[in-house]
Design a protein around this ligand. Structure first.
Ligand SMILES: NC(=O)c1ccc[n+]([C@@H]2O[C@H](COP(=O)([O-])OP(=O)(O)OC[C@H]3O[C@@H](n4cnc5c(N)ncnc54)[C@H](OP(=O)(O)O)[C@@H]3O)[C@@H](O)[C@H]2O)c1
Length: 260
């Protein structure tokens, strides 16, 4: 992306409000930072206060506005509470990123060894949690005639990786709900994107594949910049599934971003 486009796009987020789940580490934390630098007023959600507070402090130290909301997105009552707290902190939400996610127990298990409760938990966090929050946020967006929702998915939604069944099923369902959300929101001004960030150097990746070569993984900060450019721009059609592949550090030239 050239610098002029980058500047125009980043101005698009100046003063906008953004709610990012899973904002205390990994991609969510990087997204909070990138959004804060773009001038957005950011609310981050996660279960554990200390890392969340550290993420908020980092954004504020860089001159941005950020707030913490401690919640488990799988809790039935969490969506209304998160939406209410976010609105009280920064006003109506312009951008919702459903990023919080669980793998379930690690080491990852074959389906024959997967407890039904672990499948239920993956669905509760990765699918139903995102659905509840989208329901709470999309309605006001429709009434205001605009907004953007980003659901973070994975290639485990589309590939039959052994041991990734529960997580992959939750992400596949998230993708399908996203397609239907986008169809139903057409004409309202509210856009929804499904973003596959590729393999990133985060705790989730280390938990899933502890012996991975970290040098081969993407830096979540660079993935976050691409997502911010996506939401700040107007090129992508609502409902698109966008795979971001920044690759290992220094491999930007070889990056391939494919929309399908
Ligand atoms: N890393 C990869 O290679 C990769 C590849 C493909 C897709 N993804 C997707 O990218 C997204 C970010 O992944 P990541 O690697 O950055 O994950 P991560 O490092 O494990 O961070 C997960 C974040 O979600 C929060 N979280 C987890 N469960 C939650 C819950 N029930 N309620 C609220 N917050 C919760 C965590 O904080 P607390 O524990 O304090 O709640 C943390 O802030 C996920 O949707 C993941 O599926 C990752």
């Amino acid at each position: 992306m050239d610098h002029k486009n980058e500047r125009v796009r980043s101005r698009a987020l100046q003063g906008k409000t953004a709610l990012v789940t899973g904002g205390s580490q990994g991609l969510g934390r990087a997204l909070g930072g990138a959004l804060g630098r773009a001038g957005a007023r950011v609310v981050l959600v996660a279960r554990h206060f200390e890392p969340l507070a550290a993420a908020v402090a980092e954004i504020r130290a860089a001159g941005g506005e950020a707030h913490a909301v401690v919640a488990d997105v799988a809790d039935k009552d969490a969506a209304a509470s998160i939406a209410g707290q976010a609105a009280a902190l920064v006003g109506p939400i312009d951008l919702l990123v459903n990023n919080a996610s669980t793998l379930g127990p690690v080491p990852l298990r074959l389906l024959l060894d997967t407890d039904c409760e672990d499948l239920e938990r993956a669905l509760a966090v990765n699918l139903v949690g995102a659905f509840r929050l989208t329901k709470a946020i999309a309605g006001p967006m429709v009434l205001r005639g605009g907004g953007t929702i980003v659901n973070i998915t994975s290639d485990a939604a589309t590939e039959a990786y052994e041991r990734w069944g529960a997580y992959g099923a939750s992400k596949a369902a998230l993708e399908q709900l996203g397609r239907v959300w986008a169809a139903e929101l057409a004409g309202t001004g509210v856009r929804l994107f499904t973003v596959d960030p590729g393999e990133m150097d985060t705790r989730m990746h280390a938990d899933a594949i502890p012996d991975a070569d970290r040098a081969e993984l993407s830096d979540p900060a660079r993935v976050a910049e691409r997502i911010v450019a996506l939401v700040a721009g107007t090129d992508a059609a609502s409902g698109a599934r966008i795979a971001i592949r920044v690759g290992p550090a220094g491999a930007e030239a070889a990056a391939a971003e494919a929309a399908r």
